[in-house]
Design a protein around this ligand. Structure first.
Ligand SMILES: Nc1ncnc2c1ncn2[C@@H]1O[C@H](COP(=O)(O)OP(=O)(O)OP(=O)(O)O)[C@@H](O)[C@H]1O
Ligand SMILES: O=C(O)c1ccc[n+]([C@@H]2O[C@H](COP(=O)([O-])O)[C@@H](O)[C@H]2O)c1
Length: 221
């Protein structure tokens, strides 16, 4: 019998701010593939995008509010403690060293991240230390832009959830999670226009945003 509780999963992001498009697919994923716990990990210096609008402390505070009533999630602050770019390859190397060579580890990403994955810092080393577990996201194709990257994807793809629980690393699993058409960009834009975001993120996070005056139009705009 395969122990379906053995896989440990890390979910990295900028979370500027955290929203239902982050939380809901992963809650469903946890049920689909048998995850007891998801370690949610905000970055400090996102490697591939401008510095976020909210500070690291504010993004962490919003995550804490978002997961307060969700025991599935646990916050990990390791990237917040690093001042250098939050390279996933480095983080997963550290995580692997902590958990030992045989522990099955997974890194959760959305479909958009998979498409950009070959541009990540030392991306090949990431699969040496973990699996990649991909949630669907509307608006992004299922195939890679370059043929060599599609070949790389095909080499690592698995349809077998058991692989994630029995092998320590090396597989890519495209999970059949539902689409949530929400992005942090959309939320920041709607807040600037004073449009409602009630359905897009948890109420305590929205309250925090309003209390701290985040994502508002600056006076000179
Ligand atoms: N609606 C969504 N559905 C599935 N995955 C998502 C969704 N939104 C974000 N993700 C995934 O969550 C991780 C963290 O995303 P991130 O914090 O950059 O959010 P974002 O909404 O894409 O932000 P922004 O709009 O600022 O680029 C990424 O792997 C991303 O692919
Ligand atoms: O290591 C990299 O080069 C790299 C490049 C882009 C993104 N990442 C990580 O992927 C996760 C999702 O990124 P983002 O920008 O969509 O929030 C987050 O943990 C980032 O630190 C990592």
């Amino acid at each position: 019998m395969v122990d379906m509780s053995s896989l440990q999963a890390l979910y990295g992001g900028t979370f500027d701010p955290v929203h239902y498009g982050h939380l809901k697919p992963v809650e469903i994923l946890a049920n689909l593939i048998g995850l007891q716990r998801v370690i949610i990990m905000p970055n400090n210096v996102p490697p591939h995008r401008p510095q976020p609008e909210a500070t690291s402390e504010q993004r962490k505070a919003m995550l804490e509010l978002a997961i307060a009533d969700k025991p599935l999630f646990q916050l990990d602050e390791r990237e917040l403690r690093r001042e250098t770019p939050s390279y996933t390859s480095q983080t997963l190397q550290e995580w692997r060293a902590e958990r030992g060579p045989t522990q099955p580890l997974g890194f959760i990403i959305g479909q958009d991240s998979l498409l950009n994955f070959p541009s990540w810092h030392q991306y090949e080393t990431i699969l040496q230390n973990s699996h990649l577990i991909v949630c669907r996201r509307p608006g992004y194709p299922l195939t890679m832009k370059e043929e060599q990257h599609q070949e790389w994807l095909d080499t690592h793809l698995t349809n077998n959830v058991e692989d994630l629980h029995t092998l320590p690393a090396g597989k890519i699993y495209l999970a059949e999670t539902p689409w949530f058409d929400i992005s942090a960009t959309l939320i920041r834009e709607r807040l600037q226009q004073d449009l409602s975001c009630d359905e897009l993120l948890p109420a305590p996070v929205l309250d925090y945003i309003h209390q701290h005056g985040l994502y508002q139009k600056s006076a000179d705009e």
